[in-house]
Design a protein around this ligand. Structure first.
Ligand SMILES: [Zn+2]
Length: 367
């Protein structure tokens, strides 16, 4: 894949050429916006004293200001459609490695951030709901906030789930300045090693992909394609993983449960399913963040179950843990398509055994 440099970091996207240009443009915007502004600093300083009802009121106001399909990044989609139109993607030539292995059309990743001790207690029952449907997920625990029982972690791993690290202590200050961040990194790396975890998600999806290079991970999952409900603005637009510096970034692409169920009081999975179709049409990765802490009523659990059942019944989706997805992506990233003398093509490199050749025309239905 083409290597680009963004903010001093080596970056490789899912696609080259003008499609890569669009992905690079939107990542650059995200990185420029993902900074603690003064307003943000004041908000996080005052946050413990802002009543939750007021915070939710502010979030409802965001909703009123949003377009009806706020969960689709329309600016990105316009740029993407334009790039597909302008690019030379009308040939049937099999010159691209499909984003996903083994004949799948899109990828499905489930992730949970466990926010509180109450959330920890709800983990086994929620894992059981997924187990029954043959699904597995990553459980991101906070290393320095509550007690994490190694028995629970071992049990989840034995069931095929993955363990990840969710920040440091979730006080909202991890990214306030580089000094705080650097001071906490050795302890975060220690937790990653202790839990044999390879993935990280920043609390409140605050992020700084440059600073985060000192966290020893295979992947980070703190970016999103769009999420107007987050205090730190941004959105990378693309719905595929990408290599940034030394790790793979896995942006989440389905809205968070808190937004749908708490802020918007949705009673069905309709928004998740609508976005899922958008991601599927783009052969992307549908990554969802839920929290056992919020899936704590039968009504909310039912909405999540509706999504899970839909995913479990969709054979076109590759259901994998984020670590499996990142590992595949790293192989795909190291592979390339070779044109053979007889005019055919072949995948070379570590993705050769599971990768599928495709043309961008068929991938995105370019006519
Ligand atoms: Zn969190």
């Amino acid at each position: 894949m083409e290597t680009r440099t963004i903010n001093g970091l080596k970056v490789r996207f899912a696609f080259n050429g003008v499609l890569g240009d669009v992905l690079a443009h939107h990542l650059t915007l995200d990185m420029a916006g993902a900074k603690p502004s003064n307003k943000y600093r004041v908000y996080y300083y005052l946050r413990p004293w802002i009543p939750i009802t007021l915070r939710q009121k502010l979030q409802r106001k965001i909703r009123r200001d949003c377009p009806p399909r706020w969960y689709v990044n329309s600016t990105f989609m316009e740029d993407w459609t334009q790039a597909l139109r302008n690019g030379q993607y009308r040939s049937e030539g099999l010159d691209t490695i499909h984003p996903w292995p083994d004949g799948h059309r899109f990828a499905v990743a489930l992730s949970h951030d466990v926010e509180t001790e109450d959330g920890v207690r709800l983990v086994p029952a929620l894992a059981e709901v997924e187990n029954r449907l043959g699904l597995r997920s990553v459980w991101n625990f906070i290393p320095y906030k509550y007690k994490v029982d190694s028995g629970l972690l071992n049990e989840l791993v034995a069931q095929g789930h993955e363990i990840g690290v969710h920040g440091y202590n979730h006080d909202g200050k991890l990214f306030l300045n580089e000094r705080i961040f650097e001071r906490r990194v050795p302890k975060i790396n220690e937790a990653l090693r202790a839990w044999k975890a390879v993935g990280f998600r920043a609390p409140m999806v605050h992020r700084n992909l440059v600073w985060q290079q000192s966290i020893d991970v295979l992947y980070d999952a703190s970016c999103f394609d769009i999420d107007p409900f987050q205090a730190m603005p941004g959105g990378v637009g693309g719905v595929w993983p990408f290599l940034v510096g030394d790790f793979i970034e896995l942006p989440y692409t389905l809205p968070q449960d808190h937004t749908l169920m708490v802020v918007l009081n949705e009673s069905t999975a309709r928004i998740w399913l609508d976005k899922l179709q958008v991601v599927k049409d783009l052969c992307g990765m549908s990554m969802v963040i839920t929290h056992p802490d919020y899936l704590n009523t039968p009504k909310r659990l039912k909405i999540y179950q509706e999504l899970l059942e839909h995913l479990a019944n969709d054979d076109e989706g590759w259901k994998a843990t984020p670590a499996e997805i990142a590992s595949w992506w790293s192989k795909r990233d190291k592979s390339y398509v070779e044109r053979l003398p007889d005019g055919s093509s072949a995948i070379r490199g570590p993705a050769a055994d599971r990768g599928q050749l495709c043309s961008l025309k068929q991938l995105f239905n370019v006519c």
